[in-house]
Design a binder for this molecule. Structure first.
Ligand code: HEC
Ligand code: HEC
Ligand code: HEC
Ligand code: HEC
Length: 446
């Protein structure tokens, strides 16, 4: 698939350099308290998930262990901590060996309290099956006995409902954005950690097809529509970023730089307002010189909502108030961040009940294109978020194959964030847009 190829190359290079519904099913909170992590080796039998090739007998491929251990970047997440880059980072941070440092293991391994680890659980397995699927001791012995044992039974025993977009978003962003126990701080970045980039739908597909092998089949009726997964990712990532602001704002008088948009500081000294004149198009801009929060996901949400006719004024106003509080009055920032969270929850509910027909896909694509060309994604981190969303929508509209060259060019403008040029980004977008304004869209089947 062309879309995957282009995006994977893009993501690899980048790496180098809830829906807030109250009805969230099996999430970490519901996992039975005494459930244990049994370790990846418990899934590895060739009769279970360790087949060398996909099998047909059951609904699942049964080669997940082999795919994971040989092709999935998560199986090397621990090993990465032993490489030269990690050693250098750890030396600069003075934290001892990276592979023993809790602040690194938090995301690069399956860290669980000793009481919840069975003897087969190994930190050196990296991000293994139960990091995503949940501790298995309560469902492992019986989960294969379908139809006698149902999916609902497994969920009640602690299996994570990853088929639900909101649950999946919680799971992946815990590491790819951060949570209460996981944080990629500015010190880590300055010591050499890659800037974190994430889009649930794009990264989900890249990961699902790691090494050209599928982790699971996307059968008809099985997976939620891509835009639903995507929006759940944007909402949850935004919420997690706000949580991180709450946790790291005003500590010891200073806010950790890692919660701000990197390019607020890491940019040149030209004054944008004298050149581009794009400030007016930017709903989240603050006072001159104000540091922006990490806002790539929030900017996307605003454009998506506006394209669908959902009001965003509350969210935008709450966001800019919180941003200015974090900048100027850290004592007020907790309350201001809580207000954004409420506005985000409301936006999440509206977006979560959205139906995605061809017309909505088209409107969102057009809206993103207009916003991006008008300057609503002012730095490479935000632009990259927009590019991932736009290309996903093009694929949904089945226009991606015809625009392969332009998509490659688009990602090429983002490859080196230090050389990011807004004008060139806008020019490439204009090329990409040509001919998509009034496409003959053949609606896809159900
Ligand atoms: C909040 C979660 C998080 C924390 C904390 C974290 N990492 Fe990472 N790390 C990641 C993710 C996610 C990636 C993949 C980057 C991407 O593609 O977005 C990554 C990538 C890396 C890479 C580059 C991977 C490669 O293939 O070369 C290195 C090296 C690394 N991390 C080392 C560390 C070290 C050392 C620490 C502790 C000082 C650490 N990480 C802490 C999440 C984290
Ligand atoms: C990075 C997170 C992650 C890791 C690690 C992971 N999985 Fe998955 N797995 C998923 C997601 C997401 C799905 C799709 C769930 C869905 O949509 O029903 C999935 C699907 C599956 C399925 C198909 C389920 C179905 O009902 O179709 C099986 C079986 C599976 N994984 C087994 C494993 C095994 C075994 C391992 C370890 C060797 C593993 N997974 C590691 C996230 C992960
Ligand atoms: C326990 C933490 C953790 C969880 C949960 C997790 N990841 Fe990751 N992920 C990582 C780390 C760490 C890396 C970097 C590994 C490496 O470089 O070897 C990574 C790498 C990746 C990459 C490769 C990125 C690149 O630049 O090549 C993709 C894609 C990805 N993850 C997608 C997902 C998706 C989708 C989910 C949820 C279904 C998920 N991850 C869940 C920690 C996690
Ligand atoms: C509030 C301003 C600010 C923000 C926001 C910020 N940084 Fe920095 N960054 C700095 C300063 C100051 C230094 C130290 C520069 C020096 O050593 O000369 C630095 C250093 C670095 C370095 C090391 C550069 C070197 O020459 O060694 C990297 C890499 C880096 N930051 C990445 C990031 C990333 C990634 C983000 C976003 C997650 C980010 N920064 C956000 C101010 C910031």
């Amino acid at each position: 698939m062309m879309r995957e190829g282009g995006r994977m190359r893009f993501v690899r290079r980048t790496a180098q350099s809830l829906l807030l519904c109250l009805s969230m099913a099996a999430s970490a909170a519901d996992v039975p308290k005494d459930a244990k992590h049994e370790g990846a080796a418990s899934c590895a039998s060739s009769l279970c998930h360790g087949s060398s090739r996909p099998l047909e007998a059951h609904g699942v491929l049964q080669n997940e262990y082999v795919t994971w251990s040989q092709f999935d970047p998560h199986s090397s997440a621990y090993r990465v901590l032993l490489n030269a880059r990690s050693r250098q980072m750890a030396a600069r941070l003075r934290i001892g060996p990276a592979e023993k440092a809790p602040q690194c293991l938090a995301c690069h391994a399956e860290v669980v309290p000793a009481a919840q680890r069975s003897p087969r659980h190994q930190l050196s397995d990296g991000v293994a099956c139960e990091s995503c699927h949940g501790p298995s001791s309560k469902w492992l012995p019986t989960h294969h006995q379908s139809p006698a044992v149902t999916h609902a039974d497994n969920l009640a025993r602690g299996l994570v409902a990853l088929e639900r977009p909101a649950v999946r978003a919680e799971t992946c962003t815990a590491c790819h954005v951060g949570d209460a126990t996981r944080y990629a701080s500015h010190a880590m970045m300055a010591a050499g950690h890659p800037r974190l980039v994430f889009d649930l739908e794009t990264y989900g597909e890249l990961w699902r097809t790691s090494g050209g092998r599928e982790h699971y089949r996307k059968g008809p009726g099985k997976a939620a529509p891509a835009p639903e997964i995507w929006v759940a990712g944007l909402v949850t990532a935004t919420r997690r970023q706000l949580d991180l602001v709450g946790q790291h704002a005003g500590r010891g008088g200073m806010t950790d730089f890692g919660v701000y948009a990197c390019h607020s500081c890491h940019r040149d000294l030209r004054v944008a307002a004298f050149g581009g004149g794009t400030v007016a198009a930017d709903p989240l801009t603050g006072a001159p010189g104000e540091l922006r929060l990490q806002d790539g996901n929030a900017r996307m949400l605003i454009v998506v909502a506006q394209s669908l006719g959902i009001a965003t004024q509350d969210f935008t106003a709450a966001w800019t108030r919180a941003q200015s509080a974090v900048n100027r009055e850290p004592a007020r920032s907790a309350a201001a961040v809580a207000a954004v969270r409420s506005a985000l929850a409301r936006l999440g509910v509206s977006l979560g009940s959205q139906r995605w027909q061809t017309a909505e896909r088209q409107r969102v694509f057009d809206g993103l294109m207009r916003a991006a060309r008008g300057g609503a994604f002012p730095d490479p981190a935000a632009a990259e978020q927009a590019a991932m969303g736009m290309v996903m929508m093009l694929a949904e509209l089945e226009l991606d194959r015809a625009r392969k060259a332009q998509i490659d060019q688009l990602f090429a403008t983002l490859r080196d964030e230090n050389a990011f040029d807004r004008a060139r980004f806008a020019r490439v977008l204009a090329q990409l847009d040509r001919g998509t304004e009034r496409p003959v869209v053949v609606p896809r089947g159900p």
